[in-house]
Design a binder for this molecule. Structure first.
Ligand code: HAM
Length: 429
């Protein structure tokens, strides 16, 4: 007796995309390619696995991602410490250094794909999720910061999204952050009575993150803490002002959020997030900012850079709220046949229809007409093409229009010579 095999399920927080949703993913990917090409962004792709030290150094030791969310392991074959990418930026920068991309000119690049973070799953938060990652490598000015944000405004329009707003902040430069950090640590030391355990642990290593707390008991303390924005010097303020002016020029509304610090350590100057109230607790659809120090930190010749990443699951969730939810058809034409000879002819005719640009499914196997028509209906095809003994005998095929909008104007079923089949179908499909 064979032992029953226990079903294997997907890992917690890692979702399958089933065929009824595949078309939405592809439609988004298609839109994204058109959108990015309009701004001169070129596709590049980096490996899922990288050396762990790329992320610990790039993202920062004292961040949630590096402290507790990375899928890391030691490769038993050669003892290397490896990590499944928790984001794209570090890998994109690594590749740009490794291939001397920034040697003679800056680059506008993008990539899309899965990233991995061991977080507690909930709606909009997964352990494998997908990002559209866009990086402008080698650009220093506020014009590119603004261009990236304006670009995002265009994408929301292309997707028909309205309930999405922009939060903006500046994190200044390293010396400004250091001065603020000292003031903040002093402030936190004066308020240890209200700090929770995590805050106490972090107040000397990453005091800025302490202010990012969700703990209600710490809100008042966080609200009154010294603000980084008040420590910015003239140059940082001028950069920020220039970004704001360009956003105003483009009619993009924003809210200055001095508490916006982002969860990765590489940022300086401009940081931003696009958020919505329509996705529950995980309402951040896109986050990004300037990271002028990262290329040098990862061993490259110093060069400025700025970029962002969009969470694709969150964006698709938002898109599906503003669409009618109807699944697109699987094909234009569903071919129905009866008998072995008709089945073989159907396969050959289908190839000629595909040559003419039609999307065709040929019924697989044999079945009665009734059940084949049922399948044809379920496929969403505009027409069924029927090949039975009568049609074979007269070198013809029957067309049955299946959708109301086409059937209205047509006789329900018509028989046409095979030589005219493509012309007849192309008239209405
Ligand atoms: P991030 O804010 O960590 O930034 O992630 C960007 C976006 O990914 C978030 O706004 C969110 O939409 C989505 N996201 C994050 N975590 C999850 C999750 N567990 N499940 C589903 N979606 C999630 C970065 O990753 C930076 N590398 C962005 C960047 C590029 N900065 C400069 N260049």
């Amino acid at each position: 007796m064979t032992q029953s095999f226990q079903k294997v399920r997907a890992l917690t927080g890692m979702k399958d995309v089933l065929p009824e949703f595949g078309a939405q993913w592809e439609a988004l990917e298609d839109t994204v390619r058109v959108w990015l090409a309009a701004y001169g962004y070129r596709n590049m792709r980096t490996p899922v696995l990288e050396h762990t030290r790329l992320f610990t150094r790039g993202i920062g030791e004292v961040t949630d991602i590096v402290e507790k969310e990375m899928y890391s392991f030691t490769d038993a074959l050669n003892d290397e410490h490896l990590t499944m990418r928790p984001e794209f930026t570090a890998g994109m920068v690594r590749a740009s250094i490794e291939h001397n991309m920034l040697y003679d000119r800056p680059h506008r690049v993008y990539t899309m794909g899965p990233v991995f973070r061991h977080e507690k799953p909930q709606r909009g938060r997964y352990r494998q999720f997908h990002q559209i990652d866009v990086e402008a490598l080698g650009f220093a000015g506020p014009d590119v910061d603004a261009e990236l944000i304006i670009m995002l405004g265009r994408l929301w329009k292309m997707l028909g999204l309205t309930d999405i707003r922009l939060e903006l902040n500046s994190l200044g430069q390293a010396d400004e952050r250091a001065a603020h950090r000292n003031a903040l640590i002093q402030y936190l030391e004066q308020h240890t009575a209200v700090l929770d355990e995590e805050a106490k642990r972090r107040m000397h290593t990453n005091p800025l993150r302490v202010l990012d707390t969700k703990n209600p008991a710490m809100q008042e303390m966080a609200n009154n803490a010294p603000r980084l924005f008040d420590f910015l010097g003239a140059e940082s303020l001028a950069h920020f002002d220039a970004v704001c002016t360009r956003l105003q020029d483009a009619g993009i509304e924003y809210r200055l959020n001095p508490r916006l610090v982002r969860g990765l350590d590489y940022y300086n100057l401009t940081v931003f997030e696009w958020v919505t109230d329509r996705l529950g607790a995980q309402g951040t659809v896109c986050g990004g900012g300037r990271y002028d120090g990262l290329i040098e930190l990862l061993g490259g010749k110093p060069a400025p850079a700025v970029g962002f990443a969009i969470g694709m699951e969150r964006l698709l969730d938002l898109c599906s709220q503003s669409s009618d939810g109807a699944a697109p058809p699987e094909c234009d034409i569903y071919m129905i046949h009866q008998g072995d000879e008709a089945s073989r002819r159907a396969a050959a005719i289908a190839e000629t229809l595909r040559d003419a640009g039609l999307r065709v499914i040929v019924h697989a196997g044999s079945a009665g007409f009734k059940s084949q028509f049922k399948r044809a209906d379920a496929s969403g095809a505009k027409a069924a093409v029927i090949l039975g003994a009568d049609e074979l005998a007269t070198e013809s095929a029957s067309i049955k229009w299946l959708r109301a909008e086409v059937a209205d104007q047509q006789p329900q079923q018509q028989t046409v010579p095979l030589v005219r089949l493509i012309t007849e179908l192309k008239l209405k499909v």
